[in-house]
Design a protein around this ligand. Structure first.
Ligand code: ADP
Ligand code: ASP
Ligand code: MG
Length: 814
């Protein structure tokens, strides 16, 4: 004897029902009971139609026609024409009865739990009828048995309690007598001892099947659904979730109690008592093994078996200084909830003796609040207790596993993982069974929390970074190219999985929740929506991915002003844009503080020396207790390029032009030639060294004539360079005559910074600087005479892109 149960999706349409038929056909060597749900979505339609009818909204008729259409379509697809009319007219006659019930509710403008059960039972009654007829037409030896004649309950409508004595007798009698091999039974429906239709609660078809399995001592209970078993987390929310091949009853119960909908919690009880194994199988991939649920304990080394969540939770807290003195508060609180039929999903550890805190379903919140406040009316009036504090829009997230109790540190890891991703924990509970640790969090954080925890407990190795990239010009495009090339390596060697979720340039933006193809991003971007920085932020926050990183590859001030919004949502920021860190000190400080507060790194290595590890080195020096006394540096790859190539045989104009064309200058070359760019860099170095400095504090003696500094277009600027060629040649000749080279130098000493063009004599550290190289000399307490020197290519798109990449990897290892 076997019991097979097929859920709503498994019987949602004719195609799926055909799949069910072949599964049943293969299984029917022995007697089997086939329990079916309503066609997927029909239960909801029935409830909605009743809701509308009872609020006197005529739209209930639309829902009713939808229900009719769904059934008629299935019948027309499944049966040969000559067999259709009988089945259609039977279904139509049932639907007419249903319509009469709904009309009644419409006229009175009211519904009752009893009517609701009667209405909702039509889903399973109709599906089981159609499916059994189909099996018969297909030549399977089948009979239909009404679940209401088998499963007997009390009159607790909507969630009835089973009378096991009657029910077990009914079930075993039926299977002892039945001649047909296959009995099709509607799930979910039952009837009271008084003969009224009742139901077993949402998801209750699983329960029907379990009751049948236990009553008939079935060898196995097979739950056929739309996923290949019980997973380490809901596979629809966590892509990396894995199927658990074998799990204990207790673990399965705990997981389903905390929302693993794949199994309705009460299901386990009847089969557990008899030790009947449950197998969860996928109707759409029957060849897959699925999950076996039995009594046997797990292998000892598996601690956490799964992560679940229950949505729509409201937290009720009863608090007040007077609570300690008054006996029986807790008892009265729980009694009130129980008398009102409100089930408590979790009880949390109160932070003090002065409060009791429970999680209940959102739908019960209003009812519970009124009831509890009434119970404690006297205490509230006399100010011994505060009115109930109610907080909605929450969810419970739980780690489940048999062996968790014998392992320390799991809850620590759970909470620090959530904390790192800025998932705020409202309350904590450890189940008395010690088989779960659960936390109450915001509903909006559920997906992120499930994924981060899954990563921490099941994928320990791989960490996923989700990138949102703004600016895909010179630097940005190379950055994406580098990721594309390194993706495999990073996954294999550094256990980092980098996905680019959003891309924007100044014209358009595009998002792909599964990651944008790095081969094809240009096409996706062109087809994207109109670029908008605010919408971009909203999108990043709404997606609420773990390890989100905003990457700014622009030189745009407005973009730099969006960093605070990202950091405040725990989105890390990586930028090559210097504007933020070189604006006023207060803003720089704010960004650093936000990064700390929200656990979201803010990194800008490429602000100084492109890909050279200058800031990183500086930070390590300081972290290890060193102190920076003096910095001397050539920090402008652009100016270096210019002065290395400028001599008596070239013209200043042509060299600057070439530097611009080869991508060595900022888009606006005056930013480099005026010294502003270098001022920003030394400012950032000084600030990162721990000094409070503003850009106005930096001394700058420009070498460009006034006129060139104040042009209002690129063309005018280059014209002015032509005009002053003679002055530039003079600068060169003067240095050459002293066997010196021109270098643009930045200095920081005694809290003061300056920048300017200098003649560097032979033998100086700066003399042989080539191409676009940068050099930084750090004089510190530990390096007082011989400075710590960092030198190398300090400009260019490729090295800048790799510097950004390095920051991303730093965050990955964070
Ligand atoms: P049926 O209609 O077959 O009864 P349900 O929708 O009730 O199916 O349950 C199956 C669903 O349970 C899956 O589609 C999946 O989204 C959800 N689910 C939640 N948690 C888990 C989990 N840990 N493992 C598998 N499925 C889960
Ligand atoms: N049809 C019912 C529901 O949707 C019962 C079930 O499918 O298990 O809740
Ligand atoms: Mg279900």
């Amino acid at each position: 004897m076997k019991i097979l149960k097929f859920g709503g999706t498994s019987v949602a349409n004719d195609e799926n029902i055909k799949k069910v038929k072949s599964i049943v056909k293969n299984a029917s060597e022995v007697k089997i009971g086939v329990v079916v749900s309503a066609f997927g979505g029909v239960t909801d339609l029935l409830l909605e139609s009743l809701q509308l009818a009872s609020s006197q909204d005529i739209a209930y008729k639309n829902k009713l026609s939808k229900i009719e259409e769904r059934h008629f379509k299935v019948i027309k697809e499944l049966f040969p024409i000559n067999a259709q009319s009988g089945i259609l007219s039977k279904v139509k006659s049932e639907l007419n009865d249903l319509e009469t019930l709904l009309e009644g509710a419409f006229l009175i403008g009211e519904t009752t739990p009893r009517l609701s059960d009667k209405v909702v039972s039509y889903g399973e009654l109709l599906s089981s009828f159609v499916i059994s007829e189909y099996f018969i037409t297909e030549g399977l030896n089948t009979i239909l048995k009404d679940g209401r004649a088998l499963i007997i309950t009390d009159e607790n409508f909507g969630n009835a309690n089973i009378d096991f004595e009657l029910t077990n007798a009914n079930c075993s009698n039926h299977f002892a007598q039945v001649k047909e091999i296959i009995t099709v039974i509607p799930g979910f429906v039952s009837s009271s001892t008084l003969g009224n239709a009742t139901t077993l609660g949402r998801g209750g078809s699983d329960y029907t099947a379990a009751i049948l399995a236990a009553a008939t001592n079935a060898e196995v209970l097979e739950i056929w659904t739309d996923v290949s078993g019980m997973y380490t987390a809901n596979p629809k929310l966590v892509k990396q979730a894995k199927c658990v091949s074998h799990i204990s009853y207790e673990e399965a119960m705990e997981l389903s109690h905390f929302g693993a909908k794949v199994l309705y919690p009460p299901t386990i009880q009847p089969v557990l008592t008899k030790g009947i194994p449950i197998v969860i199988k996928n109707t759409f991939a029957p060849e897959e093994e699925g999950t076996l649920i039995t009594k046997s304990k797990n292998d000892k080394d598996k601690t956490v078996r799964g992560i679940s969540h229950v949505g729509n939770i409201t937290l009720l807290s009863l608090e007040g200084s007077g609570m300690v003195g008054i006996p029986g508060i807790s008892k009265r609180f729980f009694e009130t909830l129980s008398q009102e039929g409100i089930s408590v999903v979790m009880i949390t550890q109160a932070s003090s003796e002065h409060s009791i805190c429970v999680g209940i379903s959102d739908k019960d919140a209003e009812h519970a609040t009124i009831a509890v406040n009434t119970t404690f009316e006297y205490e509230i009036a006399s100010k011994k207790i505060k009115p109930l504090v109610v907080e909605g829009n929450l969810a419970i997230i739980a780690l489940v596993g048999d062996n968790m109790k014998s392992h320390q540190g799991l809850s620590g890891k759970m909470f620090s993982t959530l904390g790192k991703n800025n998932v705020n924990i409202r309350a904590i509970a450890q189940g008395a069974s010690e088989r779960n640790i659960s936390a109450v969090i915001r509903k909006d954080d559920v997906k992120k929390a499930l994924n981060t925890l899954h990563e921490a407990f099941f994928e320990e190795n791989i960490k996923q970074l989700n990138l949102f990239v703004m600016g895909v010009g010179n630097v940005g495009a190379r950055f994406l190219e580098q990721i594309k090339q390194q993706k495999k390596y990073l996954k294999a060697e550094l256990k980092l999985n980098i996905r680019v979720i959003g891309i924007s340039n100044s014209r358009t933006m595009t998002f792909n929740e599964d990651g944008i193809s790095l081969k094809n991003w240009e096409v996706e971007l062109v087809d994207g929506e109109k670029a908008n920085k605010t919408v971009f932020i909203e999108k990043v926050n709404k997606l609420n991915y773990r390890n989100s990183i905003f990457v700014d590859n622009t030189a745009n001030k407005e973009v730099s002003e969006t960093y605070t919004s990202y950091l405040k949502n725990s989105v890390s920021v990586v930028t090559c844009n210097k504007i933020a860190c070189s604006s006023d000190f207060a803003s720089y400080k704010e960004l650093k503080q936000l990064a700390k507060k929200y656990n979201a790194p803010f990194l800008f290595e490429t602000n100084v020396g492109a890909g050279l590890p200058i800031l990183d080195t500086l930070r390590h020096l300081i972290a290890s207790g060193d102190k920076i006394n003096k910095i001397q540096a050539v920090l402008s790859g652009s100016l270096n390029f210019v002065f290395n190539n400028f001599n008596s045989k070239t013209t200043f104009h042509d060299v600057v032009k070439q530097a611009q064309e080869e991508g060595y200058t900022e888009p606006d070359p005056t930013i480099d030639l005026s010294g502003i760019d270098v001022m920003r860099k030394i400012l950032i170095l000084a600030r990162e060294s721990g000094y409070e400095l503003e850009i106005e504090d930096i001394k700058n003696e420009p070498f460009l004539p006034e006129e060139s500094l104040n042009t209002n277009s690129n063309e005018a600027f280059f014209e002015s360079l032509k005009k002053y060629e003679e002055d530039f040649q003079e600068l060169y000749a003067d240095a050459a005559q002293k066997e010196s080279k021109l270098k643009y130098v930045a200095q920081f000493e005694n809290g003061k910074a300056s920048v300017g063009l200098q003649q560097i004599p032979k033998g100086h550290d700066f003399y042989n600087l080539e191409g676009s190289d940068n050099i930084v000399l750090f004089y510190t307490e530990r390096y007082p005479n011989q400075p710590l020197i960092i030198k190398g290519a300090g400009a260019g798109a490729e090295v800048t892109a790799s510097g950004i990449f390095a920051d991303i990897i730093r965050i990955g290892n964070f």
